[in-house]
Unconditional design. Structure first.
Length: 145
């Protein structure tokens, strides 16, 4: 399988009058491969937008999301009461780009940083440690010099 850029080059060279043999020799591909892509003028078939079961309920869904409801199970229950018969997968796929990012809570470092450094210096490879990241969950990283 050739990349699209190579296929375009084959077609351009063929339009300028080069033979399949010359194109194959120049691009280091078989003349039969070059001939195949010269004769095949079709591009990929156009993408057809199909009707989704969710299309009729998108305005109601947008209204619920504007109210701050992003839980797909809750959204599905509310849409089913309005007559929605589709599954939750279509719903999840539609809601995903609108869902707000999860905010990670900041982890505070209390006064145990120096004690952890001293403990690690004794247990490390024997060299002086240059950077230690300590959180309330334990030591996250250690870099020795």
């Amino acid at each position: 399988m050739l990349r699209s850029g190579t296929i375009l080059m084959i077609r351009e060279k063929a339009e300028s009058g080069e033979s399949a043999y010359a194109i194959g020799k120049e691009l280091r591909i078989s003349k039969n491969t070059a001939h195949k892509y010269i004769e095949c003028k079709e591009d990929a078939p156009p993408k057809i937008d199909l009707f989704s079961k969710l299309d009729a309920y998108k305005p109601q869904l947008d209204e619920l999301m504007n109210q701050g409801i992003f839980n797909c199970v809750v959204l599905q229950e509310r849409l089913q009461s309005a007559g929605y018969s589709g599954g939750i997968s279509i719903l999840k796929e539609y809601v995903h780009p609108y869902r707000p990012a999860k905010a990670l809570p900041a982890v505070r470092c209390y006064g145990h940083r120096q004690a952890s450094r001293r403990r690690l210096r004794n247990k490390s490879c024997g060299s002086r440690c240059s950077q230690i990241i300590v959180t309330s969950f334990g030591i996250q990283g250690l870099t020795c010099v």
